[in-house]
Design a protein around this ligand. Structure first.
Ligand code: PNS
Length: 169
């Protein structure tokens, strides 16, 4: 059985993430969408909330599982017996960082390959940080996130910056 891991911060899950998960699920026997820790980022959603979002929007994909992991991705990949790590690649800006991570993971877990799926043209610009900004200023995020997550994400983020600004002044 060919199992792959699709790791990310998923803070929050976007249509870009769902597109990669859907396409990977058509290529491999099992895809684990893994909520992972990125030490460079301070997440707005807890790991549990991010995993719950993934479960909700992938419920129609029988070979997709969701998990979360606080440690090194390479350790998870090895213990899961996965053949690869799937990553979505947007524009040139993603490339250097993704390349560094792919080479580092190859040293740490040589038996697994990093496989890049290019994002679709319509998701090329999309990232979680922009979605958070739009939601926090009460903008319309319906074009950016799976419809079943819309209400939860809005509820959690709306007015966030406005509240922060008024708390600071
Ligand atoms: O969605 P992101 O934030 O771009 O995903 C980055 C992520 C979470 C996949 C990366 O930071 C990661 O793999 N974190 C787990 C810790 C780890 O293994 N770090 C070394 C990566 S070479």
């Amino acid at each position: 059985m060919r199992k792959v891991i699709y790791p990310g911060s998923f803070d929050p899950v976007t249509l870009g993430h769902l597109d990669i998960i859907t396409r990977a699920s058509g290529l491999f026997d099992e895809v684990i969408a893994l909520v992972s820790s990125n030490p460079m980022k301070q997440p707005s959603f807890t790991a549990q909330e991010r995993a719950a979002m993934l479960v909700k929007c992938t419920a129609h994909l029988p070979n997709v599982k969701v998990d979360s992991h606080l440690g090194l991705l390479a350790d998870y990949v090895r213990s899961a017996g996965a053949v690869g790590i799937v990553k979505g690649l947007r524009a040139m800006s993603d490339f250097e960082y993704e390349f560094q991570m792919a080479l580092t993971n190859k040293k740490l877990v040589p038996e697994a390959e990093t496989l890049f799926l290019t994002t679709t043209a319509e998701n090329m610009y999309l990232n979680s940080s922009l979605v958070k900004q739009v939601a926090a200023f009460d903008g319309d995020i319906s074009a950016f996130v799976p419809p079943e997550l819309l209400a939860d994400i809005r509820l959690r983020l709306q007015g966030k910056f406005r509240n922060q600004i008024s708390a600071d002044t």
